[in-house]
Design a binder for this molecule. Structure first.
Ligand code: SF4
Ligand code: SF4
Length: 374
């Protein structure tokens, strides 16, 4: 029996035994409403058709946050996905657009390592932000450079798509290449702009200290003076030009950051410093909702993105929504006025109501690959 099978079997047994089917996690989750409580799913074991169900779970972790027994059903569903792909049960055709996006994102054509002399910290903006807001990436990097000119920039993909699809070998191949390259360049600290990258790097990149760029810009710790707070940076906190009501905003915490309290607070402090008053929506912090993109559920349950994004839009009630995730911004923009926290920090104000086209994203990334950034 392989390691993956043992892990799945262990998690199935644990959830089957410890989940009391109290229903707390079922109430907010369409996937569990369809298939039953985690205990109901776990007791059906590792039969092929049961494993396959896990592709309807976005891996958003809301069940983990609300479970009174402190269980992690999302870990079980990820293991079930891994087991299903290992057994060759999954038709990857519906996920091909995501896999191609990931493959191109880590291709030398779009990759970039800007490693100044003496560099041990790099800014890693991920895929969504460079594709949709290249000016914000340049702006954030300039702010970091003002703090410390040895901070580098790495444009690459963390392989979260393969990770979440349960493609273990493919994930390890892409992530391992990235990790080894960074280590070879003497990188020990990574500043992230994407909560998905933060989660992957923290889980798999034990060689690195991982911090969100929002925390670093807030307290000046990008200077490498760890543990010693400085005054807030004199960043150009510009009001987003297209806000409906410039005084009041809501924050959408991305689901990969649901337990990242430091990042959540940094985003709120920065938005407040930019002159906005924050009204919290019910789904925030640890109990935030997935925007609908999580786990590529759309690949097997079409309509998920529309349904889930509308739930968040209904909570925001027309107020400007701010998020620290480029992918969430793109997903939510058509349903509610949306800005990225980087827009406020850099004054780029690239507020969008429609997602950026696929072609434009690649052109934006190519531009960043070759642009003069410092
Ligand atoms: S991870 Fe999210 S989608 Fe999956 S079961 Fe938990 S709450 Fe539902
Ligand atoms: S909240 Fe926890 S105990 Fe309750 S049904 Fe969900 S996993 Fe089971």
């Amino acid at each position: 029996m392989g390691q993956g099978e043992v892990k799945t079997e262990t998690l199935l047994a644990e959830i089957a035994q410890d989940c009391t089917s109290c229903g707390e996690c079922v109430r907010p989750c369409a996937f569990l409403q369809q298939h039953g409580t985690p205990a109901v799913i776990a007791t059906q074991g590792d039969a092929d058709d049961n494993l396959h169900k896990a592709f309807g779970c976005s891996l958003c972790g809301l069940c983990d946050a609300v479970c009174p027994e402190v269980l992690s059903p999302s870990a079980l569903f990820l293991a079930m996905r891994q087991q299903a792909t290992t057994r060759g049960l999954v038709d990857l055709k519906p996920y091909q657009p995501w896999l191609t996006y990931e493959k191109l994102g880590s291709h030398p054509l779009f990759r970039r390592d800007l490693i100044p002399a003496g560099c041990s910290t790099v800014f890693f903006p991920g895929c969504s932000l460079p594709g949709t807001r290249p000016d914000a990436v340049r702006g954030l990097y300039r702010l970091l450079q003002k703090q410390d000119a040895t901070i580098g920039l790495v444009l690459d993909c963390c392989a979260k798509i393969s990770h979440d699809l349960g493609l273990v070998d493919r994930f390890e191949g892409i992530f391992g290449t990235l990790s080894r390259r960074l280590q070879k360049n003497g990188i020990t600290r990574i500043l992230t702009a994407c909560p998905g990258c933060s989660k992957i790097l923290r889980k798999h990149g034990s060689a690195f200290e991982v911090t969100s760029v929002y925390e670093v810009l807030l307290d000046g710790q990008g200077s490498g003076v760890k543990g010693q707070k400085t005054e807030a940076l004199d960043v150009n906190l510009a009001p987003c030009p297209l806000t409906l009501d410039p005084a009041v905003v809501v924050i959408h915490d991305p689901c990969p950051a649901r337990f990242d309290y430091a990042q959540q607070q940094a985003v709120r402090t920065l938005a407040t410093a930019a002159g906005y008053s924050i009204e919290e929506i019910p789904s925030h912090g640890a109990v935030t909702r997935c925007c609908g993109q999580g786990g590529m559920v759309e690949g097997c349950v079409p309509g998920t993105v529309k349904k889930e994004s509308r739930l968040i839009a209904a909570e925001s009630g027309g107020r400007l929504l701010i998020s620290a995730c480029g992918a969430c911004c793109e997903t939510l923009a058509p349903t509610t006025p949306t800005a990225h926290i980087a827009d406020l920090l850099t004054g780029t104000g690239s507020f969008t109501t429609q997602p950026v086209s696929s072609l434009k994203r690649w052109l934006n990334r190519l531009h960043l690959k070759f642009a003069r950034l410092v």
